[in-house]
Structures are given as structure tokens and as C-alpha cells.
Design a binder for this molecule. Sequence first.
Ligand code: IMO
Ligand code: MG
Length: 408
Amino acid sequence: MKVVVIGAQWGDEGKGKIVDYLAEDAKYVVRYAGGPNAGHTIVVDGKQFALHQVPSGILYPNKSVFLGAGMVIDPEALFNELQMLKDNGIDWEGRVFISDRAHIILPGYRQMDKDRDAARKRPIGTTGRGIGIAYSEKAHRDGLRLADLDWPEKMAEFEGENLAYLNKYKDKLIEMRVDLTAKMYEYREDDILFEGAQGAMLDIDSGTYPYVSSGASCSAGAATGCGIGPKDLDKILGVFKAYQTRVGNGPMPTEFNNESEGELCEYVRKTGREYGVTTGRARRCGYLDLVALRYACITNSIDSLVLTHLDIYDTFDEIEACIAYEIDGKVVTDFPASVPAMEKAKPVLKKFSGWKASLKKCRSYEELPKAARDYVEFIEDYCKTPVGIISVGYERDETFIRENPWKK
Ligand code: IMO
Ligand code: MG
């Protein structure tokens, strides 16, 4: 089985936790998009790990993990992350591999990324990790892939700081380099988990362009980003939170209003720990946007949704979710491409009653209070997609499965 986990919102949906949870039954975990812009948090036995480039399966002692062709790799940050793992007792050596088609982020890209964003009339609010620069070099056909590291003619293009940097990491990268297509073909009968980064709404093509990242964070990116065919992906899971967040700039129709909903926003941000794992920025928070979620289900062929952070609403009398936008007096339920339309969109909210109970101990759907089940069932009906997994806390075991994604 080949199971793909993508973010179904603007990133930070809890993909790390879910990948870690599902990785137990996978033989291999392959990350396919983005680079050090991602921040995947996993909590095991009270110990928190923040992973940026290393796939979330690494915490299991014997699993091999792969960094895919769709990624842009920052070698310095990668080796620092691996060192952090080692310092925490995670023995990674011999089980972290990188696609020979993955591109490399050069040392100057970070500053170029920041300068470019600062010069924009409407900055994107990038993570400043050089992601957009690396992907644009790739699109320009000037990028450097791991496969090129021992190609003298290509390496002759580099000098000074860049050359010294590449020479520092070259041998280590070559040691970890693999032909990922060949590996995926070799493992074609095995259970493999494909870990997305960012989210459907940050995808370069189907996201809220230009307020997106530069990689293919859509489910199709798992195929292109790992060198396998799209028909070989068996199941697509879309992770989403019970509410909405976004970091960086760009339209977010359901964002809490600072003045009238400031307290609500603070509560959700604090209880949901909505601060960036990569940049430390406070995340923008808002009501669950079902218009955007349904759009993500459609554009990514999501078979099953994974709901996280449902417990954040435990103390609420009433919760609300957005079921349509009002744009220039018209009610729409299709997600618009136009930035001005998205900026004008006012959420049409539907009220749900709260459950006023702690969900932390729930380990089956039946144990959820009726009001929580009603919220879940409305989402399923609206998106025409089942919610197969629900997370009710940060720990690995604070999760339950309604439909096992590894079952054919
Ligand atoms: P994970 O995998 C949330 C956002 C940035 C910015 C935009 C472009 O942890 O969910 P970039 O540096 O990629 O050019 O920034 O995309 N962004 C993310 N937001 N989670 C992420 O990853 C993100 N990766 C990029 O905040 O708005
Ligand atoms: Mg993040």
C-alpha cells in the first residue's frame, strides 16, 4: 500500500503527528515536498521533536526514511537536524537517504529570499529559508541536484563561498544519495507512507497564489516528488484542524477579527500552541473554512480526512464554521483564484453547539460527545469525504482510527 498524507489547509495541520502515528505500520517513509520551511512536531512520551527536513518516520528505530526529488535540501540545516536527533538518542545513521533528483539550497539563498520578499509591494511573508530561490533556480534549469555533485562540468560553475560550502557537504550527501525511483520500484510491494509538507492551499498551482510556497505540496506532488506514477498511490489522507490557521501573508477569509474576536483568537492560539515551529511567528487563527477544505478534497482526491485539534474546542458553548463566502453580495461555495475576490470574501458562518467536555481520553468515535460527532458529520457531509482519523491531543496515543488507511 502507498498512503499519502497531505496538509489540507495552509500548513501546520498536525501532519507530523499523523505521519509519526501511521508510520508504525509503514516500512518506509518518504517526504516529498518543501525543505526547511516545514516544521513537523512530534511528541513521544512527553518529549517534543521538531523536524524540518527529516521525514517524521525517523523516530522509529528501524525505519528507513527518504527525502524526495520534490524537495529542496539545505545541507547545513539537514546535518544540524540529524545532529539534534543523535543528541536525543535517535540513531539515524544508515537509514536516511536522499533522492539524487532533489535540489540543493545554496548558502546565499536565504538572504536572497529575505531581500526579495522585503522588496515586494505585497510581501508573502516567506520563512526566509531560501525555498523560493531554490525552486526558481530549478524552474530556470540552473539548479543543482544531488546527482550533479560529482559532475565536474556542473561543479565548475561554483566558486568562493558556494564551492567551499559544497565541498564541505558533498561526500556526506553522496553517501546518502539514492535513485529514489529505483528504490520505490524495488519496494513496490511494501507499505510506504508519503509525507507531505506545507498544505493544499500553499501548493504552487492550486494554492492561494502568489501567497503560496514554491513546491508541489498537493497530493500529485507525491508522485512527481518521489519518482513514482500517480496510479501507484493507493490512498490520499488530508489532515486538517478543527479551525483554521495561516502563517505569513495572503487572504484568509475566516480569520478572527482582531477587535471583535481578539479574545477568541488568543484562546485558540494559546490552547492550540499556534506559534510557528520554524520561525516562531504567531499564527493567524480563524474559523474552520469548509469552502477551502472542500476545494482541497476535490483538487487532491482526498479519500479520507484526518481531523486534529478537535479538543481545542472542549470548553466552548458554541462553535462556528464557514460554509460559504459572500463576495460582492453573492454567496459562493467555489474557492476563487482571484486575490481581490479572496480578500473581499466574507465568511458565511454556521453555528454548532459545543460539547463542554474533555475529549483527551476518547479513543473511539463512539466515545465522542454527540455534539462533537455532529460537527464531524457535518464536515463529512459538506466535503463528501469521510473523517477516518481523529486526534484529541499532542501525544502519539491521543488519536483514534475509524478507518484504517492501510487496509485495502
Ligand atoms: P508545514 O509543513 C505553514 C508558508 C510561509 C509563507 C509561504 C511561503 O510545517 O505545514 P516559503 O518560505 O515556503 O517560501 O513561504 O508559505 N509556509 C508554511 N506555513 N506551514 C508550513 O509547513 C509552511 N511552509 C511554508 O509562512 O506564508
Ligand atoms: Mg509549519
